[in-house]
Ligand binder design. Structure first.
Ligand SMILES: Cc1cc2nc3c(=O)[nH]c(=O)nc-3n(C[C@H](O)[C@H](O)[C@H](O)COP(=O)(O)OP(=O)(O)OC[C@H]3O[C@@H](n4cnc5c(N)ncnc54)[C@H](O)[C@@H]3O)c2cc1C
Length: 542
């Protein structure tokens, strides 16, 4: 048993760092932030292009799904960051909020306070944008947002190619409209990754009321008489300890670990919990249900003569350039540019995000191609399928079973095929032909729609965006209310991607930070404190 804190935040990821930092702005409140992983101060974290080097290492939870029923029974690798910053220390750094309709859809489904107009101030509060300062963007927040300086000619040409097909140019996917083609903004600062740990935790580290414990797994939320009163921790040596939370416990373990920890704590579908040897304390059927993810396929090409792309990025001259100037190929997040498109123009919002990269990225970047290559990744940002997260036993150290259940509907497969055809149309235009060579995947012999469907089933991956597994909703079909309180348990909230009612049409780090900002605001309002202001956490120099 150790001394308690006012707030215990579980997980130092995108949302957890945000919540812990904002709560500890109040010097009268003590905050404990517990993280299962360790430091993120490593080259493969800081150098943007190196993110895939973290896969299958100790920085990665290294999840694999159960055999996916609609993808030929393949188990799919699903990395998650296990370190300070969580998945924001491992991700591809694209800064994307999603579409206005995502949030308006949340509000219409009953998530009071989460419409676009209501979440926009939270995004702006979080943001420090080096390029934009207008009604959509903030300048004084902790999270640095910028553009890559040395954009590869292949990525630029693919933007030209999309524009030549009438896809409008868009310089700001987080502004008035999401549709169009252009350069992504990224969470970088001075050519380096700028994770939630850099943005929120580093400036807060000196505060005496914030304690950060790394290499410590939370094994259980302890519930007494319907109230979350403490957490059980296990340190690197397996030593167990109980830490009390006088005010609230905030669960921010991410879309796989949050529902798993709830289930280990007896919060979930009661019959299922009993079947795995856990005594239920609250019967909440939706814990671990409704999981969503963005399916992704890669249409890849050789590069035309004279184009190198990222093929030689590991050459020592680029390492030196990055070390000395923080510029060049290692400062790239790989998917430097992209487009948001509607495969059917009558759709209300984009259903695909195209990711343009000047390299071969297949099987999570873990297989190589022995010549320069380029890729159009087609990320399906408006899927419908829902999967599950379920613990396998009462052992909290055992990873849960995750089934993404992607592409369970024929309509989804039809749209995936449409997207492959759209990517090929882009590649066939003049500007793209100037930089691309022969198609590598799917390959010229895969043309008929049924052939493309087979190829999708054989190669489809995801965009690393699991969400919705403890979603906002009623006690029958949701886990938390609109103020992120777990139904039926007092003093327990969730703040991470798992609370999304539906996954946003885009990358999920910025929404996770926004959710963290909202959670901290709610807690501070309840404690009678002023909500955080835009510039209240200064960004420190590296
Ligand atoms: C390879 C990759 C590429 C991506 N690319 C992008 C991108 O370009 N742009 C973008 O916006 N998004 C991207 N994402 C997704 C984005 O990073 C995540 O959606 C987001 O970081 C999730 O935030 P979170 O707070 O929900 O969870 P996480 O950031 O995953 O945080 C959860 C934290 O909780 C810790 N934890 C979990 N369980 C416990 C426990 N029991 N005890 C203690 N600690 C625990 C974990 O170690 C982790 O640090 C990518 C993700 C990956 C993996």
């Amino acid at each position: 048993m150790s001394a308690g804190y006012d707030y215990v935040v579980i997980g130092a990821g995108s949302a957890g760092c945000t919540v812990a930092s904002r709560l500890s702005e109040d010097p009268e409140r003590s905050v404990l932030l517990v993280e299962a992983g360790g430091s993120n101060r490593r080259l493969e974290v800081r150098a943007p292009l190196a993110f895939a080097k973290q896969f299958h290492t100790k920085l990665d939870w290294d999840y694999w799904t159960e055999p996916e029923p609609h993808l030929n029974g393949r188990r799919i690798f699903s990395p998650r960051g296990k370190m300070l910053g969580g998945s924001s220390s491992m991700n591809a750094m694209i800064y994307m909020r999603g579409n206005r309709l995502d949030y308006d859809g949340w509000a219409q489904s009953g998530a009071t306070g989460w419409s676009y107009e209501e979440v926009l101030p939270l995004f702006r509060r979080a943001e420090s944008n080096e390029q934009f300062d207008d009604a959509y963007h903030g300048r004084g927040g902790p999270l640095n947002v910028t553009q890559i300086k040395d954009v590869d000619p292949v990525c630029r040409a693919l933007v030209e190619a999309a524009a030549s097909l009438g896809i409008p140019r868009n310089d700001d996917f987080n502004g008035e409209r999401q549709d169009g083609a252009g350069q992504f903004q990224v969470n970088h600062r001075r050519g380096m990754r700028f994770s939630a740990a850099e943005a929120y935790l580093r400036p807060a580290k000196k505060r005496s009321n914030l304690t950060v414990r790394t290499n410590t797994l939370v094994t259980k939320v302890i519930v007494d008489d319907g109230r979350a009163v403490a957490v059980e921790l296990s340190d690197a040596k397996g030593k167990r300890e109980r830490v009390d939370a006088a005010s609230e416990v905030i669960l921010a373990g991410g879309a796989f670990n949050t529902p798993a920890l709830l289930q280990h704590s007896g919060i979930g579908p009661a019959d299922f919990l009993r079947s795995v040897g856990v005594e239920p304390v609250a019967d909440l059927p939706a814990v671990g249900e409704h999981l969503m993810e963005h399916p992704l396929v890669y249409v890849t090409y050789e590069l035309a003569a004279g184009q190198v792309g990222m093929f030689d990025a590991e050459d020592s001259k680029y390492a030196l350039k990055w070390l000395l100037l923080r510029r060049g190929k290692l400062a790239s997040n790989f998917a430097e540019c992209g487009a948001h498109i509607r495969t059917d123009p009558t759709m209300p919002a984009p259903n695909f995000q195209f990711l343009f990269g000047a390299g071969f990225f297949f099987e999570h970047g873990l297989v190589s191609w022995d010549a320069p290559a380029g890729v159009i990744g087609a990320s399906y940002i408006a899927p419908r399928s829902r999967g599950t997260v379920r613990i396998r036993s009462a052992d909290p150290a055992r990873k849960p079973a995750v089934t993404l259940n992607m592409l369970s509907e024929q309509l989804e497969m039809d749209e995936m095929i449409d997207a492959v055809e759209s990517a090929r149309e882009i590649a066939a235009t003049g500007p793209a032909q100037a930089v691309l060579g022969a198609e590598i995947t799917p390959g010229n012999d895969v043309r008929a729609r049924e052939q493309i469907a087979d190829w999708v089933r054989t190669t489809c991956q995801h965009t690393y965006h699991p969400a919705c597994s403890a979603r906002i909703g009623s006690p029958q079909d949701g886990v938390v209310d609109s103020e992120l309180r777990v139904h039926g348990i007092e003093r327990l909230r969730i703040a991470d991607c798992s609370v999304m009612p539906t996954v946003t049409r885009g990358n999920t780090h910025a929404p996770a930070v926004m959710i963290g900002e909202r959670c901290a605001e709610l807690l501070r309002q309840e404690a009678g404190k002023t909500p955080p202001q835009a510039a209240s956490v200064p960004v420190t120099a590296d």
